[in-house]
Design a binder for this molecule. Sequence first.
Ligand code: ADP
Length: 185
Amino acid sequence: MRLVLVGPPGAGKGTQAEVLSSKLGVPHISTGDLFRSHISQQTELGREVQDILDAGALVPDAITNEMVRERLAEADTDNGFLLDGFPRNVAQANVLGEILAAQDHALDAVIEFRVDEDVVVERLLARGRTDDKEEVIRHRQQVYRNETAPLLDYYADKVLTIDAVGEIDEISERALKALRELGEK
Ligand code: ADP
C-alpha cells in the first residue's frame, strides 16, 4: 500500500502514521523526522536545514526531493510506504509522481487528516518541539494553507478525508475503515 498523509501541523499525522505503519506493515517515512535526525547527527545536510526548520519554512525542493528519492530507493519500500510530510507542495507531488512512474507504481490513496486550527495550536504548544512556538506554528499553518492544501485538489480522486478530532485509536480506525472501503470498490 502506497499512501501519502496530508494534514496541517498538529493534526496528529505523525502519531497516526506510526499506528497505520504497524497495522499495514509498511514503513513510515517522515521528512520532518529525516531532517531532524540529520540535525541531531550534525550532518552537512542537517547544518543546511536547521535554521529553516526553526523558522517553520519549507526546505528547498531540490534538497527535499533528493532525500526522498534516496529513501524510496531502499528495499523496505518495495511493498509500499506511508509518506508523512511529503509531498508538501505541487512541485514535490510532481517529483513523487515521476519517482513512482519510473518504478511502475502509483499511489493508492492520500489520507487527509482534517482538524480545526484552534485545536492544533493547543496541541502543538503542549508538545514543545523547538519549532513549536506560537509564531512559528502560525507560520507553518500559513505555509500549509498556501502550499500544501492545494494538493487536495491535485490528488482529488485519491483523497480520503478523515476527521482527526478524537481518540488516537478512533482516528486510526476511521482511516483503516476508509482504506478497507477503498479496497472493496
Ligand atoms: P509539522 O507537520 O508539525 O509541520 P514536520 O515534522 O512534518 O512537522 O515538519 C517539520 C519541518 O520540516 C517543516 O516545518 C519544514 O521545515 C521541514 N519539512 C518537512 N517536510 C518537508 C517537505 N516535504 N518540504 C520542505 N520542508 C519540509
